[in-house]
Write a protein that binds this ligand. Structure first.
Ligand code: FAD
Length: 196
């Protein structure tokens, strides 16, 4: 079901077996695993179903790390998160072995996990964005296809990046989540602290 914190009383108390903070790509994907679960799952989402400037302004802030886009322009604060239409268009890619490897010429490179560790999760992730399980194979075939430049396999290679046909997760899943008895999404619910 989908509720709105604006219609709850200020002293309302909600309990849950699993609490998910944020209904973006990660939060919605997690919640979709519990649609018919006996567990009580609550998703607290800062935004509403549509983009609101006031909510988006909560992302304003000063970047103290590597230089990047203004913080309130590079993430979208709405149900669906940065998979909203103002966010990503759906470019999807399975990481290559190289991307996990330590490379002297890439600062901070070298992951503590390998590509093989991720393999079982790709299957679910690809289904979430409506792409085929053999995505890697099909892009390899495409890279060698007639429409590609004859780059060979040296320093320059063709690497097509497919587009998801289902990039805007909230648009795809809102009605399913609304119908769920075990998952409750609460909109306009800004988490301001966690007490342990
Ligand atoms: C313009 C743009 C283009 C992109 N293009 C691509 C692409 O082509 N391919 C690709 O793979 N990725 C792309 N991305 C990145 C991709 O969208 C993100 O990596 C992905 O959405 C991150 O998922 P997430 O769940 O971590 O965060 P988000 O999807 O941003 O979700 C976070 C959620 O948490 C909510 N929230 C935040 N703070 C609170 C709080 N205090 N309390 C409650 N809720 C809160 C937000 O409202 C939001 O719904 C793009 C992003 C942008 C902005």
């Amino acid at each position: 079901m989908i509720d709105d914190a604006k219609s709850l009383s200020p002293d309302a108390v909600t309990d849950a077996d699993i609490l998910i903070i944020g209904g973006g790509a990660a939060g919605i994907s997690l919640a979709m695993n519990f649609l018919n679960s006996p567990l009580k799952v609550v998703v607290l989402e800062s935004g509403g179903l549509t983009y609101e400037r006031e909510t988006q302004s909560l992302y304003r802030g000063r970047n103290v790390g590597l230089r990047y886009e203004p913080l309130d322009l590079c993430r979208v604060r709405v149900f669906g998160g940065s998979t909203d239409r103002r966010g990503w268009a759906g470019w999807c890619k399975v990481f290559s072995e190289l991307e996990f490897a330590k490379r002297d010429w890439v600062q901070l490179s070298g992951w503590p996990i390998s590509k093989q560790d991720l393999a079982p999760y790709y299957e679910k992730a690809l289904a979430t964005v409506a792409l085929p399980r053999d995505l890697e194979k099909s892009t390899e075939t495409e890279a060698a296809g007639p429409g590609c430049l004859p780059l060979g396999s040296g320093d320059c290679v063709n690497e097509p990046i497919p587009l998801s046909t289902l990039p805007h997760l909230s648009e795809a899943w809102t009605e399913t989540l609304r119908a769920s008895q075990s998952v409750r999404v609460i909109l306009h619910a800004n988490v301001v602290g966690i007490e342990t």
